[in-house]
Ligand binder design. Structure first.
Ligand code: M6R
Length: 620
């Protein structure tokens, strides 16, 4: 959730750290702070509010020497323990302000640790769990210098329970930043005469594209010329080296007002990139990392898809294709609920964990539960080097590029495609589909970037419509079959961006209660399946549209080109290209993304950084 940056090298650290924080601000933005070591002094500033407020404070404060120090750390916060105030902002200090710590995650035993420290006479100045780490580090730092700080960090980590990425600097260890991680991400950026630490690579992509992903329970010491990794006991350890295959411009707005607009526009390319090279000449589908044999996949008799939020909706939409193609029962579950209901899992269960960030704690915990029960786990993920793919038996990366806006868009579409590929791969290894049948679906998939591009080119009327809906009290979304998860996704987008009441329903459920919500003028977005698919499905939703309209609803109908049956019942008609039924969410979701984005902008909200949210949710 929080964004973390560290730098050591020959250049002034402050600017590099602030720039890194700017790129990570999507992770959390309710407070920000920095600590820089300069001339054996630790200089810090922190503020509640967005990064701009910290930058203003730094400019006004003009702290002597802070702009010259060549090692430092920085943090953007998404509050867990203690509200978003100046005092609770990171860094937290100890040892007479000679040690500074920043943290992402939750220290679960912090209350006990705090009580012990208070009993020893330590005075706390914040309500955070992090501050106890600062005091522990000060206590454990028995020798000065970089190794003294790293030793202290190892000793402290052995006392901590929960999830954490920690970075520390000390005026008594100049030229060094120490980091540690458990259940929370930390990557090293390998520079020349300088090194970086960050929660994700976008923080240092401008400076280096060579990275090292730290493993679980590791401590890293970076200096200008070295990267030293150990486990929590001090035994030498190694991380995983990787090259970042996108550059700094991918993490910029590129002329758009919001990252979300840019990411919506990037969807055709993201789909094409995710599909690239997936079909071998012999017709086999290619995943990325497969530590499962074909026999393991042949043995699968049940699939669970686990995910959260938008990723969960992509799983819901993909279930229809996966079951249809593989004939294996497929359940889709909210990751946050999965392990608590004691699901029946065994070696022949395949759990598909979908996550854009690869760090969502609910999904990670569901995955670990599945592994404990001996199930096989396949990850669909957009973030190379993140925890979920690393802990999975097989991985299919969505090549969507960095998704910065909190509201997920291109990740959703690429996750769908990835799920389709997994379904096809399973159908293939199990002998349910011939290579030519698989190739035919892949060919249909390859036409999807073009169809999404067509949708994007016709969005002006949707934007206009959105502006007219900005004052609506509530917006309802209905759909059937694959249109149902699309309706849920449309409602989620509107809730998170426009802070409006919005709900998605299976259209057939309306008459069992929700239809009572409809009153005069209530906007209802209706996601209509292709009439060329299962006609009965199409006819049923046309009836549902008539039902809501008869009760005063203002209907906004998303329907395929050539579907004339819906015309009499649509107050607003949004056309999408003809698409095979199972793949339809790839086109029907796009107008709903545009709608939510435009309504939010019209209402004056920060589209990229909606209130109370963070991009990567690394707490349960
Ligand atoms: O990184 P993940 O895909 O695991 O994230 C899951 C959800 O937190 C995420 O999709 C969230 O619902 C989005 N903000 C929705 O736009």
């Amino acid at each position: 959730m929080c964004g973390i940056v560290g730098y050591v090298g020959g250049r002034p650290a402050l600017g590099i750290v602030l720039e890194g924080l700017r790129r990570l601000e999507y992770r959390g933005y309710d407070s920000a702070g920095v600590a820089v070591v300069a001339a054996d002094e630790l200089l810090t500033e922190k503020r509640a509010g967005k990064l701009a407020i910290l930058e203003k404070a730094l400019a006004e404060g003009d702290i002597a020497g802070i702009a010259e120090g060549t090692s430092g750390i920085g943090h953007t916060r998404w509050a867990t323990h203690g509200g978003p105030t100046d005092r609770n902002a990171h860094p937290h200090l100890a040892r007479d302000s000679r040690v500074a710590v920043i943290h992402n995650g939750i220290i679960e035993n912090f209350a006990k640790l705090r009580a012990q420290l208070e009993a020893d006479g330590v005075e706390f100045t914040s309500e955070t769990d992090t501050e106890c780490v600062a005091h522990l580090l000060a206590r454990e730092m028995v020798t000065d210098g970089a190794q003294g700080l790293a030793d202290a960090m190892r000793r402290v980590c052995r006392l901590l329970e929960g999830a954490f990425t920690l970075l520390a600097v000390s005026a008594d260890a100049p030229g060094a930043v120490v980091g540690a991680r458990r259940n929370s991400p930390l990557v090293v950026g390998r520079g020349v005469g300088e090194n970086f630490l960050a929660s994700d690579v976008s923080a240092f992509i401008e400076h280096t594209r060579e990275a090292v992903e730290l493993g679980q329970d590791q401590v890293v010491l970076i200096t200008a010329d070295g990267i030293e990794i150990t486990d929590f006991d001090g035994e030498p350890a190694t991380g995983r080296d990787f090259h970042i295959d996108w550059d700094a411009s991918a993490a910029e707005k590129g002329g758009y007002d919001y990252f979300m607009l840019k990411e919506i526009a990037e969807q055709p390319q993201a789909l094409a990139d995710t599909l690239l090279g997936r079909l071998k000449e012999n017709g086999d589908i290619v995943l990325d990392e497969v530590r499962l044999s074909d026999q393991d996949l042949r043995d699968v008799d049940k699939i669970f898809i686990v995910a959260c939020g938008t990723s969960y909706h992509s799983g819901m939409a993909a279930k229809y294709a996966i079951e249809h193609w593989t004939r294996i029962p497929c359940e889709v579950e909210l990751a946050s609920e999965f392990r608590y209901r004691d699901p029946v899992l065994d070696r022949s269960t395949l759990v598909v964990a979908i996550s854009q960030s690869g760090e969502t704690m609910d999904t990670l915990m569901a995955l670990r539960h599945a592994k404990d029960q001996k199930a096989r786990v396949l990850a669909i993920c957009n973030t190379n080097g993140s925890t979920i793919p690393r802990e999975s038996d097989a991985v299919l990366y969505t090549h969507a590029g960095p998704e910065i806006a909190v509201a997920s868009t291109k990740a959703f579409l690429t996750q769908l495609v990835a799920c389709y590929l997994v379904g096809l791969h399973l159908a293939q290894v199990r002998g349910i589909k011939y290579a030519d049948e698989v190739a035919a679906v892949v060919e249909q998939l390859q036409r999807m970037p073009g169809k999404v591009r067509e949708v994007l080119e016709t969005m002006e009327p949707v934007r206009e419509l959105a502006r007219s809906l900005a004052d609506a009290k509530s917006v309802l979304f209905i759909g059937r079959h694959v249109g149902y998860p699309v309706a849920l996704e449309g409602a989620l987008k509107l809730k998170e961006l426009a802070y409006m009441h919005a709900e998605g329903f299976a259209a057939g459920e309306l008459k069992h209660g929700p239809i009572a919500l409809i009153d005069e003028g209530c906007p209802v977005v209706c996601v209509v399946p292709s009439p060329a698919g299962r006609g009965v499905l199409h006819d049923k939703i046309v009836s549902n549209i008539q039902e809501v309209r008869a009760r005063g609803a203002r209907t906004i109908v998303i329907a395929e080109e050539g579907d004339t049956a819906v015309e009499p019942y649509a107050d607003h008609l949004v056309r999408v290209p003809r698409t095979p039924t199972l793949l339809a969410p790839l086109v029907t979701t796009v107008p709903l993304q545009v709608l939510a984005c435009e309504i939010a902008a019209t209402r004056g909200h920060d589209v990229d950084q909606p209130r109370n949210l963070a991009k990567s949710v690394t707490v349960e």
